[in-house]
Design a protein around this ligand. Structure first.
Ligand code: BES
Ligand code: ZN
Ligand code: ZN
Length: 493
């Protein structure tokens, strides 16, 4: 798919459909170029540009576009950039089933925002809103998916065409990587195993010239990464630690380290989940998919930083070898951990990965992404990611990046009382605090125990990484949350 910014009379744009977005206020002063087309529509009151309302017109002899899709942006003073994203998602979704391959977009005057921000959000609405996981659909595929080949942005201000083109080139990369991450999360659980995560990583490491390494069970055993090994013991698919490095800054040996939870399926282990909680557990590798999407994006954007992605990957299954409640296991760090609940497995594999990063990789910052707790989902539902950090400044930057991209985060505290909750009785730590309450916090406190003084932030994406219902530009299934936030955050690190 290509995205082209054009300075051309909107009447002369050749396209299957021109999406024209306008506020209620601007509709009243009809753009002269749309006069013939819109006078009757506006007069009839059929379209008033209320937010997310749409109307299709066939502008034969008036414009070169085959169709014009009007989309309302509501009242000018109430407009914000998220509404622009959602309106364009509504628009593109309204076109499903239409025989179209390319769209052009144009908006009436919106002076309250920067043009590049408006265009960014329009495109995000379209590209992210047009996503479907359609790999396994064999019938009537065209009814659910527009196979978009070209998006033309019609821009009146000639002086910003070049910079807008640059902005949109980057944006296309970012959105395609959001969709890459979504695809990985949505892939069927009988396909996604630790070896598949390894192969995907290896393939793009080769393509992008990344340093790539994988530690298999023999090496994990030698190093003493027993927590990671324990979690994977019930599965016939062997556990591993996958590692890729992107060197955008040759003058430094420091790394921004991204760690992603790579549980390719979470049955809960011997503390087996109920059907209700197991159904979506192929998504328990969303953290891994996210950090892969991030490092791929960073390299495609040629970011001048060293970034590494580290994925502890295994399957939490039951079987004769499965780890058990009551087992005491020595972590790579040396601390002993009593297993209270085999379903609190994410923190175990992340702990060993964090230690690996600290011992071997000179981290400047560690960011971890994990579908870690049901507790965070009960707290925030789907629309906020739980953030935990040992650094106020880092937290504030992450918060701002979340606001800007609408991938919102909210920081939660880690207080001593929660640290107490995970102290062990017969071991240094236990892998579960009080079962019912504050679970996202005690899980974060567990990770913190392995982080030491390294700057660190933990993103609990259990709610935000996977939607059970489609919402605006976020599809049902994997959301790809975090990628856009990360790109924004990189500007600040
Ligand atoms: N993978 C789950 C967390 C999860 C829940 C992710 C819902 C996505 C949606 C994690 O491994 C887990 O099972 N956590 C348990 C811990 C339990 C033993 C208290 C939880 O939070 O429910
Ligand atoms: Zn679990
Ligand atoms: Zn899990």
């Amino acid at each position: 798919m290509e995205v082209i910014v054009k300075n051309e009379d909107v009447k002369n744009i050749q396209t299957d459909v021109l999406i024209y977005a306008t506020t209620e206020d601007e509709l009243k002063v009809i753009d002269t170029r749309f006069e013939k087309l819109l006078t009757n529509v506006v007069g009839s009151g059929d379209f008033k540009a209320e937010l997310n309302k749409i109307h299709v017109l066939y502008p034969k002899d008036i414009m070169k576009a085959e169709r014009v899709l009007l989309v309302g942006l509501g009242k000018k003073e109430e407009l914000d950039l998220e509404k622009v994203r959602r309106a364009f998602a509504t628009a593109i979704q309204a076109l499903s089933g239409f025989k179209i391959k390319n769209v052009a977009v144009y908006h009436s005057n919106i002076d309250s925002f920067q043009e590049s921000d408006i265009i960014t959000c329009m495109l995000e609405g379209i590209i992210l809103g047009n996503y479907r996981f359609s790999k396994y659909v064999t019938e009537n595929k065209e009814k659910i998916l527009i196979n978009l080949q070209k998006i033309q942005i019609v821009e009146d201000d000639k002086s910003i065409i070049n910079s807008l083109q640059e902005t949109t080139n980057k944006l296309k990369i970012i959105c395609e990587n959001v969709n890459f991450t979504r695809n990985l999360v949505n892939e069927s659980g009988n396909i996604t195993h630790p070896d598949m995560l390894e192969n995907i990583t290896k393939n793009f490491a080769k393509k992008y010239n990344f340093k790539f390494k994988v530690l298999k069970e023999k090496e994990l055993k030698k190093l003493g990464m027993n927590l990671l090994l324990a979690v994977g013991r019930g599965s016939p698919y062997s556990s591993r630690l996958i590692l890729v490095e992107y060197h955008g800054d040759k003058n430094s040996d420091k790394h921004l380290i991204l760690i992603g939870k790579g549980i390719t399926f979470d049955t809960g282990g011997l503390n087996l989940k109920s059907s209700e909680w197991m159904i979506n557990m192929k998504d328990d590798m969303a953290g891994a998919a996210t950090v892969l999407g991030m490092i791929k994006t960073a390299s495609e954007l040629k970011i001048k930083k060293n970034i590494a992605a580290l994925i502890p990957a295994c399957e939490n299954m039951i079987g004769p070898n499965a780890y058990k409640p009551g087992d005491v296991i020595k972590s790579y760090d040396g601390k002993t951990v009593e297993i209270i609940d085999t379903d609190a497995e994410g923190r175990l594999i992340l702990a060993d990965a964090i230690t690996y990063a600290i011992n071997h990789m000179k981290p400047s910052i560690i960011l971890d992404f994990a579908t870690l707790t049901g507790s965070i989902m009960r707290t925030f539902g789907n629309f906020v990611t739980g953030l935990f950090s040992n650094d106020d400044d880092l937290s504030n930057r992450i918060y701002s990046a979340g606001q800007k991209t609408f991938e919102r985060v909210w920081r939660m505290p880690i207080y001593d009382e929660y640290r107490e909750d995970i102290k062990g009785d017969i071991s240094d730590l236990k892998n579960l605090g009080p079962k019912e309450y504050g679970g996202a916090i005690s899980a974060a406190a567990f990770l913190e125990a392995f982080v030491g003084k390294t700057k660190w932030a933990h993103f609990d994406i259990a709610g935000s990484a996977y939607f059970e219902k489609q919402k605006f530009y976020i599809p049902k299934g994997g959301t790809g949350v975090g990628i856009r936030l990360f790109v924004e955050l990189l500007k600040e690190l």
